[in-house]
Design a protein around this ligand. Structure first.
Ligand SMILES: O=C(O)C(=O)C[C@]1(C(=O)O)C=C[C@@H](O)C=C1
Length: 278
């Protein structure tokens, strides 16, 4: 069995995958991939069995590409892992050598104030992952990467600054995805969450209120609601909704069945177990 993550080694996705693996009975091999889109592509073509992708960060919010690809593909979410992020500035060079800072766009955004305050004149470049940035920073002493402490060990870089994210705590939520027809998908036994994507075919007063009423009247706790552009016209949205509970709970099942009657499209991404890094 194979699990696809953002590579190379020592990305935060690897940390999330290792936490999830520790809770599994089996030990899938890790496949290091170049970006989130590639994780979805290779899961689609059966080259891997599971993928681990970031979906949301406590500072920067949603990872839009993950939300869009969940809508485009027929995959299920089979687990979630929340990871503590401690960004470091890593380089071969010294502070005064640094001309370029590299990282994943999410990590750069999480350290925006740090960069402005300490490196106001540097050039910023984006990479597919934080560990890819660390790998590139081994090539030139004027480059520094924003990545994990573990990446400094993997790539032999010095830590110029530690815990540089602008807000603390900094938490990223990753989801474990699998093809829908995968029969090995385990059902959750505790701390279950369920995720759906909803598209209301036309805007009318109270549409969102009616939709959420199905959950509220059954005492189902919403853990997140997010809108993304439908990409069909300006002001037209798709809603991503996460809730506590499993589709096996009669209340959740009934709420989703009723919701399905009211909306143009309801995609059930699945019920899954949630793990938090200790
Ligand atoms: O680049 C990595 O290490 C990742 O796992 C990606 C990612 C993200 O996309 O949010 C994960 C955690 C951090 O928030 C920054 C980057």
């Amino acid at each position: 069995m194979k699990i696809g993550i953002l590579g190379p080694e020592s990305s935060y996705s690897e940390k999330a995958a290792n936490i999830w693996k520790a809770h599994l009975g089996t030990n899938p091999d890790i496949s290091y991939l170049k970006d989130i889109s590639e994780v979805f592509e290779v899961l689609q073509d059966n080259s891997i069995d599971y993928g681990v992708v970031p979906i949301e960060n406590s500072i920067e919010g949603s990872v839009g590409v993950t939300l869009d690809l969940l809508l485009e593909h027929e995959f299920s979410i089979i687990g979630e892992v929340v990871v503590h992020i401690h960004h470091c500035l890593l380089s071969r060079g010294k502070k005064e050598d640094i001309r370029i800072i590299l990282s994943h766009p999410q990590a750069l955004a999480q350290c925006r104030h740090f960069i402005r305050k300490n490196y106001p004149d540097v050039e910023i470049r984006t990479t597919g992952s934080t560990s890819h940035a660390a790998k590139l920073a081994t090539e030139f002493s004027e480059m520094a990467a924003i990545a994990s402490r573990k990446a400094s060990e993997s790539f032999g870089l010095d830590i110029l600054a530690e815990d540089i994210q602008d807000w603390k705590p900094d938490l990223t939520r990753f989801v474990v995805i699998a093809r829908k027809q995968d029969k090995r998908i385990q059902t959750c036994t505790h701390d279950c969450k369920t995720s759906i994507i909803v598209y209301l075919d036309r805007d009318h007063p109270g549409a969102l209120y009616e939709m959420l009423g199905e959950l509220a009247t059954r005492g189902i706790n919403l853990t997140r609601i997010e809108s993304r552009p439908s990409k069909m016209s300006l002001g037209d949205y798709v809603f991503y909704i996460d809730m506590n509970g499993s589709i096996k709970d009669p209340d959740v099942k009934e709420a989703l069945d009723n919701l399905n009657q009211k909306v143009y499209m309801l995609k059930n991404l699945g019920s899954y177990q949630s793990y938090m890094e200790e």
